[in-house]
Design a protein around this ligand. Structure first.
Ligand code: BES
Ligand code: ZN
Ligand code: ZN
Length: 491
């Protein structure tokens, strides 16, 4: 989809979208509009969020698009995404959007429009051989007085939307088409396309590094484990820029191992939502050329059942040197995160450490599908992440990590165990486990995104789908950090 920022829309466009807020000016706007077109009669349009009212006039169809009364990036994006999805049969390939009636920042407008329209057109159909949806939107002309700021926003939104679609593709691909190698190949290609570095460590390298926890999870799988390490720094970095370390759970399929799952196993093709989120954030930061340094570590593994699988009760080693009693092989995410976090802190010394993972069913029990669970040892970092999430519609909600919860993870025969044997406060005890592997990093946050990375989506009618949760949140956090610390933005 191509976007152009213009002062006046080209003549004869078959579709024109007019976004309108539900406010005191709506009636006046509607009167001007009907008079301008020479229409008479009442238009029953209220401006409610996502409301669409098409008016055919000559060769053009005007779509009044409701935004609701409180409008920000999220509401705008959602309205445009919904419009594209619900009106796909009548919207023309070339269309115009007239934003002159909105008193909103043109940069924000541009970002939300491009982002929403790209997401609205998302489908996942590579394995369909018939009845594929035709994607018809080609060119969008957006009209505003400040075309420079609008154009900047449109590029931001387009870049974000394209990264998010790739993330959803990774999540939606079935496990027989998305093994650790495919995931790593995607990262290598993304790095090539967008100017950052990716290194992939194979099983031999992981053995040499003593990544025993990662290896133990992959032990029962026909696919070897891989460790993806991605690094981004802007080419024209000046002065002291913050270095953020990211770790994402990249379990391309989670059977549960010998503690095998008894229901909904098919959803576990998307157990790499954390890995996808951190790599998506890296890709987007690289595309937006943010003045920030990022290092992301993603262990890509399959948790499968085999005679060689780790058994419940086994004691394994880890990169950190700590021994772990594996009570439940289905608590595998924390094992791969443990090695990822100790490796990252030991080798790369980031200023801030953030991990993301589809880690526990308990986080879904606690917060449902509305927010991810956030746990942190630093109030400032927790607040920044929470605010960033709120700003972009990817909410996280903080949970405590008091010492008492950690007592549950003590093992009789090893340094620590991977499950408390009690299904209570499961996201918190998981976080307490992980905390043992951060090398006492003072600024660490853990995001359990099990309920939000994969859920009911607008494009999925029969089943759950990937949501691309996390990348936009992380990038919003990076921008906050850049602004707060007065780092200069280069473009
Ligand atoms: N991948 C799952 C968590 C999950 C659950 C993700 C639902 C998405 C939706 C994770 O590896 C897991 O199985 N966790 C167990 C941990 C338990 C055995 C301590 C869980 O939450 O039940
Ligand atoms: Zn599991
Ligand atoms: Zn899992």
């Amino acid at each position: 989809m191509q976007f152009s920022a213009i002062h006046t829309s080209p003549p004869e466009l078959p579709s024109i979208i007019i976004p309108l807020m539900q406010d005191d000016y709506l009636e006046g706007h509607l009167n001007d509009f009907t008079e301008g077109l020479g229409l008479d009669g009442y238009i029953p349009f209220k401006g409610k969020a996502k409301e669409v009212f098409p008016i055919f006039r000559g060769k053009t169809c005007y779509f009044l698009l409701g935004l609701g009364s409180k409008v920000g990036l999220v509401e705008l994006k959602d309205a445009f995404s919904s419009l594209v999805r619900t009106q796909k049969n009548i919207l023309s390939g070339q269309l115009g959007i007239n934003t002159n009636r909105l008193h909103l920042s043109p940069k924000l407008l541009g970002e939300a429009i491009a982002n929403g329209m790209i997401l609205g057109q998302y489908t996942f159909e590579p394995y369909k051989t018939e009845n594929k949806e035709v994607k018809s939107l080609e060119r969008v002309w957006v009209q505003n007085e400040d075309i420079e700021a609008l154009g900047e926003g449109l590029i931001r939104g387009k870049f974000a939307g394209e990264t998010q679609c790739q993330m959803m593709d990774l999540m939606n691909a079935p496990a027989n088409k998305m093994k650790p190698q495919h995931f790593a190949d995607w990262a290598v290609q993304s790095a090539r396309d967008h100017g950052y570095l990716v290194e992939v460590f194979d099983k031999k390298a992981l053995e040499a590094l003593k990544m025993h926890a990662v290896l133990s999870v992959a032990q029962g799988s026909a696919s070897d484990p891989l460790l993806i390490v991605a690094q981004y720094a802007p080419a024209d970095a000046q002065g002291d820029i913050p270095h953020i370390g990211l770790v994402g759970k990249g379990v391309t399929y989670d059977t549960g191992g010998l503690s095998i799952k008894t229901s909904n196993m098919h959803y576990m093709k998307s157990d790499m939502g954390g890995g996808v989120a951190v790599l998506g954030a890296l890709e987007l930061a690289a595309k937006w050329r943010l003045p920030i340094r990022l290092t992301a570590v993603v262990p890509a593994v399959e948790n499968d059942v085999d005679a060689r699988s780790t058994k419940p009760g086994d004691v394994i080693d880890s990169f950190s040197g700590k021994t772990i009693e594996v009570i439940d092989t289905d608590a595998e995410g924390r094992l791969v995160l443990a090695d990822g976090l100790s490796f990252l802190t030991k080798e790369y010394h980031p200023d801030v450490l953030i991990d993301a993972a589809t880690l526990t069913g308990n986080s879904v029990m606690a917060l449902g599908y509305c927010a991810g669970a956030l746990m942190s040892n630093d109030d400032e970092l927790a607040n920044q992440l929470q605010e960033a999430g709120q700003q972009v519609g990817e909410r996280v909600w903080r949970m405590p990590i008091w010492e008492e919860y950690g007592l549950e993870m003590k093992s009789d025969i090893a340094d620590i165990r991977n499950y408390s044997e009690r299904p209570l406060a499961g996201s918190i005890t998981a976080a307490k486990f992980i905390e043992n592997f951060i090398n006492e990093h003072p600024k660490w946050a853990h995001m359990d995104i099990a309920g939000v990375a994969f859920g009911n989506t607008e494009y999925g009618k029969q089943s759950k789908g990937g949501t691309a949760f996390g990348a936009r949140l992380l990038v919003a956090y990076f921008e906050k950090l850049i602004q707060d610390k007065n780092y200069l933005l280069h473009s």
